[in-house]
Design a protein around this ligand. Sequence first.
Ligand SMILES: [Zn+2]
Length: 171
Amino acid sequence: MHQPGEMREFTLSVPLREKWGEGMIAVPAGAEIEMDVRLESVHEGILVTADLATTAEGECSRCLREMTEGVEVEFQELFAYSGDEAADFEVQDDHVDLEIPVRDAIVLSLPFQPVCQPDCPGLDPITGERLAAQPDERASAPIDPRWAALQGLTDQATGTTGSESRNTEES
Ligand SMILES: [Zn+2]
Protein backbone atom coordinates (compact mmCIF):
# COMPACT_ATOMS: atom_id res chain seq x y z
CA MET A 1 0.00 0.00 0.00
CA HIS A 2 1.30 3.47 -0.99
CA GLN A 3 4.69 2.12 -2.04
CA PRO A 4 4.69 2.31 -5.85
CA GLY A 5 6.95 -0.28 -7.43
CA GLU A 6 6.38 -2.94 -4.78
CA MET A 7 5.02 -6.22 -6.11
CA ARG A 8 3.79 -9.49 -4.65
CA GLU A 9 2.77 -12.70 -6.35
CA PHE A 10 0.50 -15.42 -5.07
CA THR A 11 -0.64 -18.81 -6.27
CA LEU A 12 -4.06 -19.65 -4.89
CA SER A 13 -6.58 -22.44 -5.26
CA VAL A 14 -10.07 -21.61 -4.06
CA PRO A 15 -13.06 -23.99 -4.09
CA LEU A 16 -16.34 -22.48 -5.24
CA ARG A 17 -19.13 -22.31 -2.70
CA GLU A 18 -21.79 -22.03 -5.38
CA LYS A 19 -22.18 -22.61 -9.09
CA TRP A 20 -20.90 -19.88 -11.41
CA GLY A 21 -22.74 -19.47 -14.71
CA GLU A 22 -26.33 -20.01 -15.79
CA GLY A 23 -25.94 -21.32 -19.33
CA MET A 24 -25.56 -24.77 -20.85
CA ILE A 25 -22.14 -24.98 -19.23
CA ALA A 26 -21.13 -23.66 -15.81
CA VAL A 27 -18.46 -24.03 -13.13
CA PRO A 28 -20.04 -26.25 -10.47
CA ALA A 29 -19.93 -25.71 -6.71
CA GLY A 30 -16.83 -27.34 -5.28
CA ALA A 31 -14.72 -26.76 -8.40
CA GLU A 32 -11.29 -25.30 -7.71
CA ILE A 33 -10.37 -21.93 -9.19
CA GLU A 34 -6.60 -21.94 -9.75
CA MET A 35 -5.17 -18.43 -9.68
CA ASP A 36 -1.77 -16.90 -10.34
CA VAL A 37 -2.14 -13.39 -8.98
CA ARG A 38 0.25 -10.46 -9.19
CA LEU A 39 -0.36 -7.39 -7.03
CA GLU A 40 1.51 -4.24 -7.99
CA SER A 41 1.52 -1.06 -5.97
CA VAL A 42 0.98 1.93 -8.24
CA HIS A 43 0.28 5.57 -7.45
CA GLU A 44 -3.49 5.21 -7.85
CA GLY A 45 -3.88 1.97 -5.93
CA ILE A 46 -3.19 -1.74 -6.39
CA LEU A 47 -3.01 -3.16 -9.91
CA VAL A 48 -4.14 -6.79 -9.96
CA THR A 49 -3.20 -9.14 -12.79
CA ALA A 50 -4.53 -12.69 -12.55
CA ASP A 51 -4.37 -15.86 -14.63
CA LEU A 52 -7.33 -18.10 -13.84
CA ALA A 53 -7.96 -21.74 -14.64
CA THR A 54 -10.84 -24.06 -13.78
CA THR A 55 -13.13 -26.64 -15.34
CA ALA A 56 -16.71 -26.06 -16.45
CA GLU A 57 -19.34 -28.80 -16.72
CA GLY A 58 -22.50 -28.95 -18.76
CA GLU A 59 -24.05 -30.24 -21.95
CA CYS A 60 -23.02 -30.04 -25.58
CA SER A 61 -25.39 -27.57 -27.24
CA ARG A 62 -25.68 -29.81 -30.31
CA CYS A 63 -25.88 -33.41 -29.10
CA LEU A 64 -26.74 -32.79 -25.40
CA ARG A 65 -24.00 -35.13 -24.19
CA GLU A 66 -22.50 -34.27 -20.82
CA MET A 67 -19.17 -32.54 -21.28
CA THR A 68 -16.43 -30.73 -19.41
CA GLU A 69 -14.32 -27.92 -20.71
CA GLY A 70 -11.17 -26.31 -19.38
CA VAL A 71 -11.48 -22.58 -18.76
CA GLU A 72 -8.43 -20.34 -18.89
CA VAL A 73 -8.80 -16.58 -18.70
CA GLU A 74 -6.89 -13.62 -17.39
CA PHE A 75 -7.85 -10.16 -16.24
CA GLN A 76 -6.26 -6.96 -15.03
CA GLU A 77 -8.04 -4.54 -12.72
CA LEU A 78 -6.97 -1.45 -10.84
CA PHE A 79 -8.18 -1.32 -7.26
CA ALA A 80 -8.03 2.38 -6.49
CA TYR A 81 -7.49 3.91 -3.10
CA SER A 82 -10.75 5.12 -1.57
CA GLY A 83 -12.05 8.38 -2.94
CA ASP A 84 -11.34 7.76 -6.62
CA GLU A 85 -14.85 7.95 -8.05
CA ALA A 86 -13.82 6.72 -11.50
CA ALA A 87 -12.61 3.32 -10.35
CA ASP A 88 -14.79 0.21 -10.59
CA PHE A 89 -13.01 -1.37 -7.62
CA GLU A 90 -11.49 0.06 -4.47
CA VAL A 91 -8.93 -1.03 -1.93
CA GLN A 92 -10.96 -1.51 1.25
CA ASP A 93 -9.52 -2.08 4.72
CA ASP A 94 -6.09 -2.70 3.17
CA HIS A 95 -7.53 -5.53 1.06
CA VAL A 96 -8.49 -6.18 -2.54
CA ASP A 97 -11.57 -8.39 -2.89
CA LEU A 98 -11.04 -10.40 -6.07
CA GLU A 99 -14.28 -12.38 -6.04
CA ILE A 100 -16.28 -10.14 -8.39
CA PRO A 101 -13.59 -9.63 -11.05
CA VAL A 102 -12.63 -13.33 -10.93
CA ARG A 103 -16.25 -14.37 -11.23
CA ASP A 104 -16.94 -11.92 -14.08
CA ALA A 105 -13.86 -13.02 -16.02
CA ILE A 106 -14.77 -16.71 -15.75
CA VAL A 107 -18.51 -16.42 -16.36
CA LEU A 108 -18.04 -14.15 -19.37
CA SER A 109 -15.55 -16.61 -20.87
CA LEU A 110 -17.99 -19.54 -20.78
CA PRO A 111 -19.19 -20.46 -24.27
CA PHE A 112 -22.82 -19.59 -25.02
CA GLN A 113 -23.13 -22.70 -27.21
CA PRO A 114 -20.58 -25.24 -25.93
CA VAL A 115 -19.74 -28.17 -28.17
CA CYS A 116 -18.26 -31.51 -27.11
CA GLN A 117 -16.00 -31.40 -30.17
CA PRO A 118 -15.64 -28.78 -32.90
CA ASP A 119 -17.34 -30.92 -35.56
CA CYS A 120 -20.04 -32.44 -33.34
CA PRO A 121 -22.83 -33.22 -35.84
CA GLY A 122 -25.54 -32.88 -33.18
CA LEU A 123 -28.98 -34.43 -33.32
CA ASP A 124 -30.94 -35.47 -36.36
CA PRO A 125 -33.60 -32.73 -36.64
CA ILE A 126 -36.25 -35.29 -37.60
CA THR A 127 -35.58 -38.31 -35.44
CA GLY A 128 -33.83 -36.52 -32.57
CA GLU A 129 -31.15 -39.20 -32.53
CA ARG A 130 -27.47 -38.41 -32.31
CA LEU A 131 -25.91 -38.25 -35.73
CA ALA A 132 -22.82 -40.33 -36.32
CA ALA A 133 -19.65 -38.26 -36.30
CA GLN A 134 -18.78 -38.99 -39.89
CA PRO A 135 -17.84 -36.28 -42.35
CA ASP A 136 -20.65 -35.54 -44.78
CA GLU A 137 -22.37 -32.36 -45.95
CA ARG A 138 -24.84 -32.28 -43.11
CA ALA A 139 -22.12 -32.70 -40.50
CA SER A 140 -20.11 -29.80 -41.87
CA ALA A 141 -23.10 -27.49 -41.55
CA PRO A 142 -25.29 -28.85 -38.75
CA ILE A 143 -28.65 -27.21 -38.26
CA ASP A 144 -28.67 -24.89 -35.29
CA PRO A 145 -30.71 -26.59 -32.54
CA ARG A 146 -32.96 -23.52 -32.29
CA TRP A 147 -33.99 -23.98 -35.93
CA ALA A 148 -34.34 -27.75 -35.79
CA ALA A 149 -37.96 -27.52 -34.60
CA LEU A 150 -38.84 -25.23 -37.51
CA GLN A 151 -37.34 -27.75 -39.90
CA GLY A 152 -39.92 -30.22 -38.60
CA LEU A 153 -42.75 -27.74 -39.22
CA THR A 154 -41.83 -27.19 -42.87
CA ASP A 155 -41.72 -30.93 -43.38
CA GLN A 156 -45.27 -31.21 -42.02
CA ALA A 157 -46.54 -28.27 -44.05
CA THR A 158 -45.35 -29.66 -47.35
CA GLY A 159 -46.53 -33.13 -46.46
CA THR A 160 -43.16 -34.66 -47.13
CA THR A 161 -41.47 -37.17 -44.91
CA GLY A 162 -38.07 -36.61 -43.44
CA SER A 163 -36.26 -38.91 -45.84
CA GLU A 164 -37.91 -37.35 -48.91
CA SER A 165 -37.02 -33.81 -47.91
CA ARG A 166 -33.48 -34.86 -47.25
CA ASN A 167 -33.26 -36.42 -50.73
CA THR A 168 -34.52 -33.15 -52.19
CA GLU A 169 -31.80 -31.21 -50.40
CA GLU A 170 -29.09 -33.46 -51.72
CA SER A 171 -30.29 -33.55 -55.34
ZN1 LIG B 1 -21.83 -32.85 -29.08
